[in-house]
Each structure stands twice: as C-alpha cells, then as structure tokens.
Design a protein around this ligand. Sequence first.
Ligand code: NAD
Length: 288
Amino acid sequence: MSRAQRRRISGRTVVISGAASGIGRALAQRLSSHGCPVALTDIDEVGLKDTEAGLTGPTLMRVLDVRDADAQHDFAGEVREWAPAPLGAVFNNAGVAVASSVLDSDVDDDNWLWDINFHGVVNGTRAFLPILVEQDSGAIVNTSSVFGLAGMPNQSAYCSAKFAVRGFTDSLRQELRGTGVTAINVHPGGINTNIVRNARFRKDPEGRGRTHEQMVAEFAAITMTQPDKAAEIIHKGVESGKARILVGPDAYLFDMLTRVAPTHYYDLLGAVMGRVRNRAEQSASATA
Ligand SMILES: NC(=O)c1ccc[n+]([C@@H]2O[C@H](COP(=O)([O-])OP(=O)(O)OC[C@H]3O[C@@H](n4cnc5c(N)ncnc54)[C@H](O)[C@@H]3O)[C@@H](O)[C@H]2O)c1
C-alpha cells in the first residue's frame, strides 16, 4: 500500500476537538458523511449535542477541556475501545482568541489562550500518538493559523501559540519520517466561525472604540471562507498527503508575502486588510 493510500481517512475513525462550533463542527459533519466514525470533544456541551444531532453515523461524544492532559489521555483510551474502524486522523482543532497589545496584555488572558491553543494541542497529540504509532498509520492534524505564519499587531498571544503549534507539529513530522504516521499543520485564513464571539477583549485594541458585537460583525464581513469549505479543504489536504494545509485565498496571500518579504510583509498585509475592512464597513453602512 502506498503512503498516499494510507493517508485516506474516509471510512476510518477520526477524533476532533472543538467540535461544538465552527471548523470542528464542519469537519465532524463532512467526515461523518464520508463514512468516518467520529469521536468528538468540546467544553461546550450544548454545542456538542447540536453537532451530534446533525450526524447519522457512529459518534462518541465527550465534554472535555483540552487543557486537561489526563482527560485527553482517558478519552484516547475510550476511543481505542470504541473505534469501529482504525484511527485515520486526530484533529487538534479547539482554539480561542485574545486581542490586545503587548503593553495592555492581561496575564490571565494570555495564559488561558496558550494553555488551550498550544498545550491543548500537545495534550491531544501525546494522548493519541501511541495509538497511531501502534497501527503504523494515520495523521495528527494540528490547527495553526495564518497567524502562525506572520506576526500581527494585537495578536501576540495568539501568534506565539500558533507559531508554537507549527514548530511542534513540524518537529513531530520529522520524528515520524519513515513510519506510516504523519503530522500535519493546518493554516486557516479568516473562516466565518464563532472565534471572535468567543474571544477575550478588554477594550478595542485598535482604539476605534468598537464593542465586542461590532468586532464580531466586522470579522464576519471580512472572512473569505465558510466552515464547510474549510472542512472540505482540510479533508482533501490530508488525503492528498499535504504536510501543510493552507485554507482560503487569504492563507495563500499570507504564505506568499511572508516568503517574499520576510520582514516587511505587514506593510502589504496591513494595507490589504485595511482596504478589505473599509469595504466591509461601507457595505455594512449601505445595508443599515
Ligand atoms: N476562524 C478563523 O478565522 C480561524 C483562523 C485561523 C485559525 N483558526 C483556528 O481554528 C480552530 C477552530 O476555531 P473556529 O474558528 O472554528 O472557532 P469556534 O470558536 O467557532 O470553535 C472553537 C471551538 O473550540 C472550543 N473550545 C474552546 N476552548 C476549549 C477548551 N479549553 N477545551 C475544549 N474545547 C474548547 C469552543 O467551545 C468551540 O466550540 C482554532 O484553533 C482557531 O484558532 C480559526
């Protein structure tokens, strides 16, 4: 069997954290409809039950905080017992956002984010990797971001955690060379999910006096990709053997600019993002 065939995950069991909303929910829906038994976790029990209610295939669901390494380990044991098919992929997807300048940063907010976005990914990887290594097949699929490719203002905690996910996952992939297991980084651009609604803000970091609701609306207006499209890109990316999956047209822009202008990318990105934001504001006020 070729390596590419071994990466096929349709029909195999998958594990998805952060499955109560956004990209995680869309992955659950897509992969379940492609014959995957799905093992789902989230801290949001109501959202998780809503996800499960929309699925028709085999599902195992647990309310779990990805920061809890023991809980992730116990869940891996449950999945090992339950899995109706070998494990195809483990999506360490749960994540949160914080927006603040470094100067104004709140230690608790930044630690909250690092514990979920980085240590949550490490916990999930450590819990499930032994199963994949034993099978000698499958993929650890860790969610970084385009903010794991470029440093952005008012995103120091988020960027540092997502760069860390990228480094951790790339290191793991090198360790796994020559085996049937791999580790993949996912770098989504703006996806229209609840990430900004669920984010922590103390004040508008750009000093424009926006409320949290206004920031949620602005984010929704500038996102270029819907969660179901993101899930399709991620699913196809894993199956086609990619080590790094860029999600959405803006992800390709980030990738290109950080390569051609490694220290000056924000000169261009900031201008593009400002223009997209202005257009979104104009269309919002035209429809108001
Ligand atoms: N939406 C975007 O534009 C975007 C861009 C790049 C990367 N990402 C990343 O994609 C991933 C999915 O985010 P999303 O956009 O779908 O956001 P979302 O807020 O819609 O979904 C995130 C899910 O993670 C869950 N979660 C939060 N903390 C948790 C914890 N401690 N334990 C378990 N579950 C927890 C939430 O309850 C939620 O269901 C995140 O890692 C995020 O950083 C998102």
